[in-house]
Structure formats: C-alpha cells, structure tokens
Design a protein around this ligand. Structure first.
Ligand SMILES: CCC[C@@H]1OC(=O)[C@@H](C)C[C@H](C)CCCCC(=O)CCC[C@@H](CC)/C=C/C=C(\COC)CC[C@@H](O)[C@@H](O)C[C@H](O)CNC1=O
Length: 159
C-alpha cells in the first residue's frame, strides 16, 4: 500500500466525490427555489439554494471562459504534480485527489449550467461565510492537506 500511486483507489475516490457533489447540486436544483433557505442548525448552518457565476466570493462574475481555461490549467498541473511528486505519498495523493475532484465538480456546473450551484450556508462566529458546495469544500480541504504536507516535508528535510 505504501508504495506506488494507488491509481484504482484515487480514481474511485475522485469519481465518487464528483458523483456526490453533482447529486447534492441536482437535489438542491430540484427541491429548492433560488434563494429558498432551510434551517439545519439555527444560527449555524442552513441549506440555501444559491447560484454563482463567478469564483470564490463571487469574484469575476460571468467570466466563464476564464474559468474554463484556469480549470484546465489547474487540472493539468494537478495531474503532473500527482505523477511527479505523488509517488509513495498517500497524503499528498489525497490532497491532490480532493483538488482534482473539486475542480471537475465545479467545471461540470460551469459547462452545463453556466453557473455553479451552492447550498451550504454557514455562520462562522456570526460571520455569514459565502454559500458554497461539496466541490468547494473538497478544494478547500485539499489546499489545507497540501499545505500541511509541504510544511511537514519541509520540517523533515531540515531535521
Ligand atoms: C474553493 C475555491 C473556489 C472554487 O474554485 C474553483 O472552482 C476552481 C477549481 C476554479 C476557479 C475558476 C479558480 C479558483 C480561484 C481561486 C479562488 O477563488 C480562491 C479561493 C480560495 C479558497 C481557499 C481554498 C477560498 C474558499 C472560498 C469559498 C469556499 O468555501 C468552502 C467560498 C466559495 C463560494 O464563494 C462559492 O460561491 C464559490 C463557487 O462555488 C465557485 N467555486 C469556485 O470558484
């Protein structure tokens, strides 16, 4: 298990994560009007049907071609990184797989809907964090995992 790329494991993980992301978005589109909100935990988490034609925090609204290009470039970089740096590094493979799945999840929305479906509406310490989706969560967790791997690797080299 330690050695190699575990391609079957990570391919399955990525496909399942994308399916889960698309399934949740499909359910939101089918069951809630845009703007409609359902309380999960009062003042903490709501399911609010939202659409975003931009990137995080709604930046660059409508710039779909830019997002297509950036996403393809990001995916090429991620696959190259997986091949060149991922060998025998399961935690790095996890981080990269999360980023790949998240990127593809939002890419599918942008391609077929012209916008991204968001629904996870949270209040963190009273601040209404931008409404996001499963793909965004995967991207954010993937970034955190890679930062930890890079920091940890840096420590190992110094030791
Ligand atoms: C998560 C990256 C955003 C995601 O990038 C993607 O698709 C990638 C694959 C392609 C983009 C075209 C390019 C990324 C630009 C980088 C960026 O934007 C900096 C982000 C930092 C990040 C820390 C890692 C913050 C996090 C924020 C949010 C996520 O909270 C969990 C709020 C999400 C809500 O604004 C929601 O409306 C967003 C909507 O779903 C569309 N999503 C995207 O554009």
């Amino acid at each position: 298990m330690r050695k190699g790329y575990n391609i079957p494991i990570w391919s399955t993980f990525i496909v399942l994560l994308i399916v889960f992301d698309q399934l949740t978005k499909f359910m939101i589109v089918k069951s809630l009007e845009v703007g409609e909100s359902v309380k999960v935990i009062s003042n903490v988490i709501y399911i609010t049907s939202h659409r975003n034609q931009g990137a995080a925090w709604g930046i660059l609204q409508g710039k779909m071609w830019l997002f297509y290009i950036v996403t393809v470039v990001v995916l090429v970089i991620l696959f190259m990184f997986f091949k060149n740096e991922g060998y025998g590094q399961p935690v790095m493979q996890l981080g990269l797989s999360l980023l790949i799945a998240g990127s593809i999840g939002n890419f599918i929305d942008r391609l077929f809907r012209g916008e991204v479906v968001d629904f996870i509406d949270t209040y963190i310490f009273g601040y209404n964090f931008p409404i996001f989706n499963v793909a965004d969560a995967a991207l954010t967790i993937g970034v955190i995992v890679l930062i930890i791997v890079i920091l940890f690797e840096g420590k190992e080299e110094k030791a």
